[in-house]
Design a binder for this molecule. Sequence first.
Ligand SMILES: [Zn+2]
Length: 538
Amino acid sequence: MKRENGKPQLRIMIYTRQMHHIIKYSSIVLCCVAITIGAAAVPDVTRMWFTPPVIPLDFTGSISFEATVTESPTSVMFEYNGVDRVMYDDGTHGDLVPADGTWTTIFQANEILTKLTPSRVYRPFIGYCKPGGGSRYSIFAEIWTPDIGIVDVRPLSTNAQETDYLVNFKATKSQLMSFSASYWANQFYSVCEDSFDFIQFVHIAGKRGNRYHSIVKNSVQGIGLNIYDNSATFGSSGRLKGYTVYPLSNLFDCGVRNFNHEIGHQWINFLSGTPFSSGISHWPKGDVAINIMGFSLQGGAGGRYYYTFTPDGQGGFHVGTGNGTNSHSFNNMELYLMGLVPAAEVGTFFVLKNQNLNLTVGQTLQFSDITLVTVDDVISAKGVRTPASANAQSTFRCATVVLSEQLLDVHAVSFYDWFARRAEAKQQLSYASGFATGTSNPFYVATGARAVMFSKIANETPTLNISWLANDQFSLSFLGKLGIQYQPQVSSNLVTWVNMGPPVLAPLIQPSGDNPVSVTVTTSPGMSTGFWRVECAY
Ligand SMILES: [Zn+2]
């Protein structure tokens, strides 16, 4: 949790606007993590960017850093290695337009590139942008290295290009500064099929702000949300459930807690009328808050509740320091609301009676300090979660849309493609997010191997190995991925395809589910010439 530019009062105003949004459009915006917006009359950085936006490791030219600053301060500094450097807004020293509020400083490539260490996962901390009279803003660069690789980039039009894992659209500055999710979702569906549960929008040089998740459609009962469907506004015929916006590209990574947290907002927390209500849209302070969804800071943004609680044998708890295993995993109350565990598997949680209480490691909470909460409290207030976990969706698909003022070069596209595909990882990953570094759980791991997330926007096209067995029996062998349903189909003319037998779900052979598994189906075509394929549903 970083609240470096903390002006919580304005943060509340922003949240209030979103509450208004709820009333007006009955869509719900959930805001997270803390890049707060500076108060009026204090110089504030509204957007900032490097050119090039993603810097290749072998880059040798100069790199400009630009920041748009409000309130016309007399000076803006960039603190690099503890030394202030002057930024310019007078048309000199690399500044493109004098007195336009956008300030510039020029770096030599090695000043940026040498900041990269393995633990920074391609996003090194460079220094602080410091408008005179304002706060300081931490600045992270994004660096492509050969380890990321180069992906195939396909042009879609003069304003769009795609890879297997993302679509990149050209957007104007004003489209970035006043973002319309429905407009860009419709643009996305003009080039991609309607087969995604979630869209994430990544802004290059966007308006500085918190990432957030917004619900487009809810069809789940028992989680405290109304049933509604605004997907048509976004260009989807009902598949799209929600979208997440990343106004700062350097915080976009689909393999980390932040991604899982935003997805979790699709279902959590709307439990008014329960002891969890004071924490909406995260959790209130208590042991329920030590996992991915965390607790609500004053103003509503999400914070990490970094404690452990050990029973003291008398109904109370000893308070210990937090750990990454907890903060990167969903707890069973969260998994219940997501439809991934049955009610019977949800244990008892507690919330603090005094939500203003600040804990210290080593203290003991008395039983009289806490309110116990069970899933029955949730069910009696909101009804049974329907569909229940036995029938609920556990294979999800998301798409990534990157908006930039110019179409990204191949290094930048490959860079964001790499962070998008991390949603599909089945094992722990190294990550860096802001100043935090460490080991993250991708979605599959964070759900305890109960759900899978696909971020590839190109459909899987498994290669079939067809072998004749006997008596018109054929074996179709292909590599299947956990969570995708494969429907074997046959055709005599490559035009009309007929389902052969039931769809096949790739069995989970590898405990980690990390490697594709092999599935064999047998067909009886009863025809002299036949073509086979498997259609993927996910
Ligand atoms: Zn949140």
